[in-house]
Design a binder for this molecule. Sequence first.
Ligand code: ZN
Length: 198
Amino acid sequence: MDYYSSHIKNLIDELCRLPGIGSKTAQRLAFHIINQPEERVERLASAIVEAKKNIHECAVCHTLTDQEICPICSDPARNKKLIMVVENSRDLAAYEKTGKFDGVYHVLQGAISPMMGIGPADIRLKELMVRLEQPVDEVIIATNSSLEGETTAMYISKLIKPAGVKVSRIASGVPVGGDLEYIDEVTLLRALEGRTEL
Ligand code: ZN
């Protein structure tokens, strides 16, 4: 039996598709939105649409940006020969917050996961290889310490070591299965400083 009008049900269904939103939360959010003044709801809707329309991957590092080349890649003060490989833009932001890394990033936009059917061709690995055609001093692999993150780290190391590029992995100060974005800056820095060559 449908308790709600189709418009409310539609809104709840759409909210339910968002990660981490169960049906109870979706209902709560839907009613919250409906109780807001119309102009505030329009601001929310247009913020979502505008973000989607204007944000794309940086042509160099593949982080999400609204410019052709992101501010980090276009900063002349950053060391372009030191590349930190991360899974997503949230992990990049976590390392940026420490303010201690002066290299550049490569954002994979995912991690290898045979269980989810995500293979090496589904993340930005080809793009990393293209970048390595330029001289690079070190590639720091800072994927998460989940099964997917470790699989990805191993794969990248096997792929690029034969090219004679120095490859290191951040220390396991990061708890197993821990998402980089939730880890405090001190732990992140310790993991970076304690990195070991692969
Ligand atoms: Zn970039």
